[in-house]
Design a protein around this ligand. Sequence first.
Ligand code: PRP
Ligand code: URA
Length: 284
Amino acid sequence: MRFARVWAARLARSCTASLQGKGNSAICGLAASAAASAAYVNCSERSTVQCNSAFQPKENRKAEVLSSPAISMLMSVIRDKRTCQADYVRAADRLMAILAEEGIARLPCVKPQVIQTPCGPFKGVTAPDGHTICAVDIVRSGGILLEAVRKVLPDLKTAKILIQRDEETALPKLYYSKLPDGIEKLHVVLCDPMLATGGSALTAIEVLKKAGVKEENIMFINVVSCPEGLKALAKEAPGVRILTCGLDSHLNEVKFIVPGLGDFGDRYYGTAGYAQGFWGTNGR
Ligand code: PRP
Ligand code: URA
């Protein structure tokens, strides 16, 4: 009940803030994307494992924002507040499958190699060895993305870090972590769908660094990011690579991403918001 009350108050405040002070948030988001797309990665300047359907945002030089027609289509479904839970879960899972593949293909253990097709040589890349990789999720929503990574490489190692944002202050609280032995020697893929203030990701990165993992060996994959989160990581963890499907406009006064998609975990798991009519109003 308390949760529902907090949510109702937060949503009401954030809608008012959007309408009053921030102008048209969707247009802001598009403007941010357009500005950032000026910095599109030139394929010929990058290693063969990079694709040109990504750009590097100015807020964080270690970040790449993926872009493709499939990503735009799936992002539109999960951003749309009318989307019901079943459609949300289906679209989010499809999107995360793409993000997982793109993240794994960017790991440094994927190297150029010439392979032989039945008809001749081809300049390709190696497939990564799951034993050299550890996927880490920030529980709860990070687990959804982690499962997408584990589908690609079922034999990788897995770590769990339970961090929750305080509903009032948006500050992260660390509850639990379980990391595999030898994690300091592995490539780490940190999974969490949302990069808002960056507090949760930085708390998780701190746990990993205490265990001996170097920032350079961490790739943080997420679905939606914002300038505030990218800047926080550039300042506090400049060696960490970031791969995201969206760079939005800004955070609102209750630290939700605008335009964003609302609460990723609540929409995926159905824990809050549907009964209140915040989302899922297409009724299916
Ligand atoms: C969400 C999200 C991130 C965090 C991002 O988690 O999954 O972990 O917020 O916000 P930040 O960048 O400001 O830290 P939340 O704590 O709401 O938990 P959930 O996964 O259970 O929904
Ligand atoms: N967590 C979410 O689920 N959404 C946001 O916009 C910010 C944090």
